[in-house]
Design a protein around this ligand. Structure first.
Ligand code: CS2
Length: 489
């Protein structure tokens, strides 16, 4: 055991559990900063609450093995550093009993889930990890990785890993399993179950199909997670080494706020999450709508407009009064009238709290990070509100402005001074080819009339397409002045 645990920097946090004394009851897929700052902390708190050691986590990285390698060198221990008003002292977390590179050994991952002592699989693999078409919410059989899984290599994609594991558990006569998606997608539980079923069907995994249909065998509750966790950089690691007086190569920096809403549809035992702050509800849908259409929608809007206007961080973007005004009007004029929220929620107060959280300058959260993979994000965050307003006969101007910011970012990934900004999207080549050889207006028109990007209804809505084109051209030509003009209307 290295010295991460022993030097608990004189804080009031109780000491971290020693991973060596834990048993593995939970497997996590997607060992990124978010998991370490969120579900891992809840599970560790739940274990401290009950005193039982059976909820250690076996966590797997999905794309690169870096986080697993760094954590392995420090016995799975890492520091959570909260920043901002109300921040708790740095805390060492010791709930990661095992850390693995899931890409290096996919067979080990399926085997781990098949351990009868494992009752829960949680996952944070980001929107694109679901390998689905965000418009139809179906599995992309044409995705080369899905295809490779279907023709029989050891499974690597998430739907394939889960389908194989569920089949094997059923054949082995294992206990029920709860599979908990923690990604920012609407109805994430139902979505995941559907994708696993489609894979199992296509791969002829009848044992998995039977288990998915059997009552109480495998459940997929939807859940909503919330905590702002910027990616940790080398610079952060070096700086923290000085502050903490020891080197941690896998720390996470996050805001003090944290929320987890989970649907009460568990198959078998789970950690005592509800005893340590998680909210267990009958239906997560209103919580999802609130989070995705308010917080995440404003985040993406700030990221695209912010990148264009030269803001590197979300905190700087939201401190621009014009951009904050866009978010406020998005909340009050577009989202609030067309949303079903949890009973008793004050949408305006929620929006204010979100913008205050965004303005936390102590968090190094970049516009580039939030802007990534917009093709997966604009649907649940912005197009959902545009469609909901259209159904009520109103025009969601501010959500449309956010989409225009995205379209401009895709077609001309530069800031207003012409300096290139990164376009990080796994569909980047496809998006560029839709736009190639056209003027900005034509290219935006093509993007917005593509049903695979915006869905059939919006693609055929000529007024919507025309408005996105107008806004993108105005943003390109007049910059912030275009936003000001819109705010005056
Ligand atoms: C962000 C989210 O990167 C993004 O797209 O909008 O990760 C956001 O920080 C979290 O959902 C906050 O809970």
């Amino acid at each position: 055991m290295n010295n991460l645990n022993s030097r608990n920097h004189g804080t009031t946090s109780p000491p971290a559990p020693d991973p060596r004394h834990l048993l593995v009851g939970q497997v996590h897929l997607g060992l990124g900063a978010f998991h370490r700052a969120h579900q891992a902390v809840y599970t560790e708190d739940a274990m401290r609450h009950t005193g039982a050691p059976e909820w250690g986590i076996a966590a797997f990285t999905q794309r690169s093995g870096t986080a697993a390698a760094r954590l392995a060198q420090q016995d799975g221990l890492y520091t959570v550093i909260e920043r901002g008003i109300g921040a708790a002292p740095p805390r060492t977390v010791g709930v990661l009993k095992e850390v693995h590179d899931g890409s290096a050994d996919p067979v080990a991952l399926v085997n781990r889930i098949c351990d009868p002592e494992v009752h829960v699989v949680t996952m944070t693999v980001t929107e694109k990890g679901y390998r689905h078409d965000p418009v139809t919410r179906t599995l992309r059989y044409d995705d080369p990785e899905v295809h490779a899984d279907l023709i029989g290599r050891p499974p690597r994609t998430i739907p394939a890993v889960l389908a194989h594991a569920i089949a094997r558990r059923a054949i082995d006569g294992a206990h029920p399993l709860t599979v908990l998606s923690c990604d920012n997608l609407p109805h994430n539980g139902a979505l995941l179950k559907g994708l696993v079923r489609q894979f199992a069907d296509a791969a002829n995994l009848t044992a998995a199909l039977d288990a998915l249909d059997a009552p109480g065998m495998v459940s997929f509750p939807s859940s909503v997670v919330d905590r702002i966790v910027p990616a940790t950089t080398h610079h952060d690691i070096d700086e923290l080494a000085v502050v903490l007086g020891r080197r941690d190569n896998a720390p996470v920096i996050c805001e003090p706020f944290s929320q987890w809403v989970i649907e009460d549809r568990f198959a078998g035992p789970t950690p005592a999450w509800s005893a340590v702050g998680a909210l267990i509800v009958d239906d997560a849908a209103p919580w999802e709508q609130l989070k995705l259409r308010m917080l995440n929608a404003a985040h993406s809007t700030l990221a695209y407009l912010g990148l264009r206007f030269g803001y590197r961080s979300i905190a700087d973007a939201v401190r621009d009064p014009e951009l904050a005004a866009v978010c406020n009007r998005l909340f009050t004029e577009d989202v609030a009238p067309a949303i079903s929220t949890p009973a008793g929620t004050d949408v305006v107060a929620y929006g204010q709290a979100v913008l205050t959280r965004f303005s936390n300058r102590a968090l190094p959260h970049t516009t580039t990070q939030v802007a990534a993979d917009g093709s997966q994000k604009i649907g649940p965050r912005l197009l959902s509100t545009i469609s909901a307003c259209a159904a009520r006969g109103t025009v969601a101007r501010w959500a449309i402005l956010g989409v225009a910011g995205w379209a401009l970012h895709v077609i001309k990934p530069i800031d207003e001074h012409g300096k290139p900004v990164e376009l990080a999207d796994h569909r980047a080549d496809e998006l560029r080819s839709v736009a190639s050889g056209a003027s900005l207006a034509e290219a935006v028109g093509r993007l917005m009339s593509d049903p695979t990007i915006v869905g059939t209804d919006l693609a055929q809505d000529t007024a919507f397409v025309a408005l996105v084109v107008d806004y993108s051209v105005a943003l390109d030509r007049y910059g912030l002045e275009a936003v000001r003009a819109e705010l005056r209307n």
